[in-house]
Design a protein around this ligand. Sequence first.
Ligand SMILES: *Cc1c(COP(=O)(O)O)cnc(C)c1O
Length: 371
Amino acid sequence: MIKQADPGAWYRAHRQAVDAAVARVLASGWYILGAEVDAFEAEFRRYLGCEFALGVASGTDALELALRAVGVGPDDTVATVSMTAVATAAAIDRTGAQTRFIDIDPQRMTLSPDALRAWLDDPGQAPPKAVIVVHLYGQPADMAAIAALLDGRGIALIEDCAQSHGATIDGRATGTWGDIGCFSMYPTKNLGAFGDAGAVVTNDPALYERLKLLRQYGWRQRFISSTRGFNSRLDEIQAAILRTRLPHLDRDNAQRRAIAACYDAQLAGGPLTLPAHIPGTTPVFHQYVVRSPDRDRLAAALKAQRIGTAIHYPAAVHQQPAYQDAAARSPALPCTEAATATVLSLPIYPELPLADCTRVGRALATAGRQE
Ligand SMILES: *Cc1c(COP(=O)(O)O)cnc(C)c1O
């Protein structure tokens, strides 16, 4: 069986280091927001090359805190893509703001600057308070174009980096281009904890201060709430585990790129649409996603050979029953709808042997010929 993802593989390969980190925390007698979280925050911001990082309880929380930190509330509108995990929209919902979905660029599969410009220029639309860009599948969005578009309009730019830990544009990490970068360390992500975890990062000291207050009841001083906040703390065990994983992230991402290159080499020239190569960017292949009008048959053919695949996502957010109101108020999303109907995620995780990747490529090529 070749699995599509294998979140337990990393632990099996680094069992001693993880066990030692967990034992260290258990023995310390301090379990939430302590020395491990402080150290992880310092190491993570150094890794990304930004000023501030804060550990929080999940990626969804990271997005909600970011939106609240830039002032988003119930009277506001937030623009994002529909081609994303529902968590992106759920975070907007929790602020009480309204979501507007904007179409994707069909090559990158991320927010289309042209579609965003057209929507912003529509005189019938009130300007949004914030835009959330999603670096889907670990492919960096066109941040330079999007930032230039928002410049001077008083619209906050938030990056959903739940799938892009370590991805760069012109050498600069995703998460450090906008006002706030939001990370999920859900176990299947490129930098995964063994439970829920997340982080927010920024270069702005005022935003950092607001995020920090929001994370824990608005406390500047223990038990005294200077503003209203939440409980979205990161625990010490997850932080200690993340500290053992972070030094391996670049190598793990390089391994994902090697797997992607192996698929590219085998599938080039065939009927499938392969992930785009965008000059100046270093993607991290959270997923390796091919596109085909025939994807259901291909998935079944691979399954018959005990090869796992997945669809990220079978329905875009605006196509889901709970989001019909937001869908009705959003512009048309033809590229998003074309994408969700054709995407197929192949097996990819750092420990996947390249021989398995070759087997997947062969199975796909054979299935592709049996039209
Ligand atoms: C995983 C994910 C999230 C949510 O993160 P959680 O830690 O599960 O709350 C948000 N956005 C995207 C694009 C994701 O893939």
